[in-house]
Structures are given as C-alpha cells and as structure tokens.
Design a protein around this ligand. Sequence first.
Ligand SMILES: [Zn+2]
Length: 191
Amino acid sequence: MGVDPDEVDFVFNTHLHVDHSGWNTCLENGKWVPTFPNARYVFPRAECEYYASPASHNDANTPSSGVYEDSIAPVLDAGLVDFIEPTGGRYLDLFDFIPTSGHSIGHMSIAVTSGGETAVFGGDILHSPVQVRYPDLNTVFCEFHDQAQASRYQMLTRLAEIRALYLATHFPASSAGYVARTQDGFSWTYI
Ligand SMILES: [Zn+2]
C-alpha cells in the first residue's frame, strides 16, 4: 500500500485468530518480531489471556493453534500492547470497542463516528451476507456457538437502528454495506 511499516501508529485486532493477527509479526533471521515497531497494538484482553492459556490448546474448536506464540507473544514481549477490557470501551477518544464475543472468547467490534456517521469494523461476527438473512448460521471458525449467535443478533439490530456503515472482513465484493430491518429479519446492501 506504499506505507512504511515504521510509520504505522496503531494496530487494532478485533480478535486473535490467525487471519486477523498474522501480520502482527514477521520473521527476521529466524525470530518473530513486530512488523510495526513504532505502533501501539490494541488487543482485547480476554483474547490474549485465553490463547495464552492451556484451555485454548485443549479446545478442539480453536482455529489458531500456535498463533499466540508467533503473532502475539513477540508483541507483548516488546511492550507494544494496550489492552481493551472485556466490557469494551473508548480508545484514543475516538474508537469504541464493542464486546461481541462468541466467534471467539473476547471478540470486539470497533466503531468510529465522524461527521455524524458511524462505521463499524465487525471482525468476524459475519463471514458472509448469508448470515444477515440467517443470523443463526455460525461458521466452522465460530468457537462459542450460542454466544456467537447472540452477538450477531445484537450487532445486526444495532446496525439497522443507527444505519451504521458495516465493514466486513470476509465478504466478497466491496465488503462495505448497510443492514436494514425487513418484515421478518434483516437485509444487506453493498455500497
Ligand atoms: Zn476469526
């Protein structure tokens, strides 16, 4: 993208699955080191504690075996991490971290409001627009199924109510769009 990694100020992880944290680090002379040495990395605390614990290694649903060791621990060791508590909260007086656990144990969505409009970076609450129409559908990567469904319903309701722009991570096409209420659920429209 033409951005020097040294110039990146902040790295936000909605959760610590491999495809959302893998570029936290890079391999240099056989050692995993932070990719963005001058950034503050922002992690949900519950994610960090869970993947550091034996509980996650015994959980057959965990899709991120080994990721803590190569993509999280080196950043912690470098002292670059700020934590978001499980209740969520504000960061930089601009970003709101919204607890949306279930897909993973401490998953957070991140909202930013500017000029009267709100955008939500939803992480992996939704992997496909199909889940807007059928919110009960979890993916094989959702670790805590009941809670994943509950968080999905809550976020879809919120998105429809406040007409926030939703920025998806795994949708095809633009990955950005709006959720609206329908007679029997929700609909999705790409922008
Ligand atoms: Zn994920």
